[in-house]
Design a protein around this ligand. Structure first.
Ligand code: GTP
Ligand code: SPV
Ligand code: MN
Length: 614
């Protein structure tokens, strides 16, 4: 049962709480004292509570109820135009030692940051309800369930967390039963209300802080209501804090999808893929193979936890329960599986456009563009309008169990054995469609040197190539060199012949005319087939200075509409491009100082030698 406690002077927080967990009661009391909310609401995760919260959000103008039968029980939200993506420049890893945050993170001395946070959180929930959300990342009945409690003053966050994670009464019961550790995660939009002050639909603050204390496993987020900044179970916990837990406990927390692929012979393979934000994880996770006889099922689209199993294998689980997927480009012709999941309803759409019949639309959803829309900023929009109708980082938030092609193994607490890892990014040049690593260590080098053009998923310029190790650049909760060392160490736990095969992929290479050389999306199943055939040792490959690439004949292009020139452009390894790439990788590695693993440095020497003699 949901409990709400009014915060009058002398209010009995503990006496009215649905838990006796002292650490939790202390946490809630401390944050209530600091932030001075009007009420405390213990979230139970029920339907009834959800109905009540969404009614209130509609009343407040934060949510618009969709009336089109195409989007049952779904809502649209429109953020403040200045709060549309993750804010990497305001994200901090406050480890005790600066060295432990490493060069990829912003660091601030912890006691100094605590003082700053005490200042900004002081009274920041005035006039608002403080929600307490017990949640678990991964399965509630996992061997070692990873709990968290998010305190937030945003009901939009509560409604979204209910889709993205397992939350509520069952989780709280289990925390109590086990006396389990939980990650305390505090979130505020940073917009206190004076008595009688009218709220805005999307409260937030120009000043933002997304702060992690890795040693004490704490999260503090201030000023943003958006996705990765505010749904603290996702990037803040399941990647940044979890990566630190994983370092200490001998596993890996990664920015990866998980896909189950079954061949015409009926053999199944589990493949994960680490691609940076807005670079194709959700689309590959929900692929509909174009090749006869091949089927795909999904286990996850954004975050994967990898643990060494009992038999020397790597096992993977998806710690999330929903999609927070990029809307633009998701359509019936590119990602029908996502569209079918969305069509079942129960979704929240953020920064999409509204259609005249009470639905939502975004660029790429349908082949034809509606004649009239209300765009994400609330303005009338027609096909003549200059700006896109949906924000490029507009998102759908949809329960994963609405996916028709969900693999039943998604529900297995100990996950599945991993067969292959793909590292990929958005590169217009240089990086071929697919390259197989020579061995595991060379594969880690692929991950360590992964690069991609920036996207709208984070603030800042779009289209600039940057190194993004294992697609984790914004999410490694500690020193990046230590993180690569940890990869080397953890793989030592697995048996060499049970380690997944590693591949580098690039769906985004341009052809000589500037268009995509490779059609991508469902056609990526042809690359997956080659990957599987390499696992089985049945497909041809040619050795190049950067690894093994398919011969044009080895890639199954049956029925594919692609010119020979495009296929050549997609697959080629160009000596000049790789000479430039080498120089860039050398500069990148120089930034690690002495924390880079020797085995990775050795791979760079090997690449240099191979590129020079080619
Ligand atoms: P996050 O949720 O931000 O971590 O992103 P993601 O990696 O899940 O990205 P997603 O699959 O949502 O894809 C982002 C964008 O890339 C969308 O606009 C897609 O339409 C586009 N995209 C995905 N796969 C392909 C592909 O194979 N080829 C091309 N050209 N575009 C693609
Ligand atoms: C990403 O940016 O990688 C996302 C979206 O998946 S967010 O949850 O906002 O981080
Ligand atoms: Mn992501």
């Amino acid at each position: 049962m949901a409990t709400t406690v009014a915060m009058e002077p002398g209010a009995d927080i503990a006496g009215n709480a649905p838990t006796k967990n002292e650490r939790l009661l202390r946490f809630v009391a401390e944050i209530a004292e600091l932030t001075t909310p009007e009420k405390i609401h213990w979230v139970d995760g029920s339907e009834e509570e959800h109905r009540q919260l969404t009614d209130e959000l509609v009343e407040a103008g934060t949510l618009t109820r969709l009336t089109s039968p195409d989007f049952p029980n779904s809502f649209a939200a429109f953020s403040d135009p200045a709060d549309v993506a993750r804010v990497e420049s305001r994200t901090f890893i406050c480890s005790e030692q600066e060295r432990d945050a490493g060069f990829t993170n912003n660091w601030c001395e912890p006691s100094e940051m605590r003082e700053t946070l005490q200042g900004v959180f002081d009274g920041c929930m005035r006039g608002r309800t403080m929600y307490v959300i017990p949640f678990v990342m991964g399965h509630l009945d996992a061997e070692d369930p990873k709990f968290g409690v998010e305190i937030t003053d945003s009901a939009y966050v509560v409604a979204s967390m209910r889709i993205m994670a397992r939350i509520g009464t069952d989780v709280l019961k289990k925390i109590d039963e086990l006396g389990a550790f939980f990650v305390p995660a505090v979130h505020s939009v940073g917009a206190p209300l004076a008595p009688g002050q009218q709220d805005v639909p999307w409260p937030c603050n120009d000043e933002k802080y997304i702060v992690h204390f890795p040693e004490t496993r704490e999260i503090w987020s201030y000023g943003s209501g958006y996705g990765g900044n505010a749904l603290l179970g996702k990037k803040c916990y399941a990647l940044r804090i979890a990566s630190v837990m994983a370092r200490d406990e001998g596993w890996l927390a990664e920015h990866m999808l998980i896909l189950k692929l079954t061949s015409p012979q009926g053999k199944s393979y589990y493949i994960s893929g680490a691609f940076p934000s807005a670079c194709g994880k959700t689309n590959l996770a929900l692929i509909d193979p174009t090749l006869e006889g091949w089927t795909a099922e999904t286990l996850g689209d954004d975050i994967t936890w990898i643990r060494p199993g009992k038999e020397g294998e790597f096992r993977v689980v998806n710690p999330e329960a929903g999609y927070f997927g990029v809307a633009p480009g998701t359509g019936w012709h590119t990602n029908a599986n996502a569209m079918r999941a969305i069509a079942k309803g129960n979704s929240i759409f953020t920064n999409c456009a509204l259609t005249d019949d009470g639905g939502v639309w975004w660029e790429g959803m349908t082949p034809e563009t509606p004649e009239h829309l209300v765009d994400w900023r609330g303005q009338d929009w027609t096909p003549d309008s200059e700006a896109p109708a949906a924000h490029p980082n507009a998102r759908f938030c949809t329960p994963i169990d609405q996916t028709d092609m969900l693999a039943e193994e998604y529900f297995a607490p100990d996950g599945v054995k991993l067969d292959a890892i793909l590292f990929g990014g958005r590169r217009k040049t240089t990086v071929p469609l697919v390259t197989e690593s020579r061995d595991w260590n060379h594969g880690i080098f692929f991950g360590a040197t992964l690069s991609s053009a920036t996207t709208a998923a984070a603030e800042g310029a779009v289209g600039q190539v940057r190194r993004d190790p294992m697609a984790m650049l914004p999410f490694i909760g500690y020193d990046a060199g230590d993180y690569l060392n940890h990869w080397v160490r953890v793989s030592g736990e697995a048996e060499a012949d049970k380690l997944p095969k590693i591949f580098l992929v690039n769906w985004f290479r341009r052809n000589r005319d500037g268009g995509f050389a490779w059609p991508g999306f469902a056609e990526n199943s042809r690359v997956l087939k080659w990957v599987v055939e390499r696992i089985e040792g049945t497909a041809e490959a040619q050795e190049t200075p950067i690894g093994f690439t398919p011969t044009p004949e080895a890639l199954d292009t049956t029925g594919l509409d692609i010119t020979e020139a495009d296929l050549h452009d997609a697959l080629k390894v160009d000596g000049q491009e790789w000479a430039e790439e080498l120089a860039d990788i050398e500069n990148w590695f120089a930034r690690f100082g002495d924390s880079l693993p020797d085995s990775i440095v050795a791979e760079l020497d090997e690449l240099r030698r191979r590129v020079k003699t080619s």
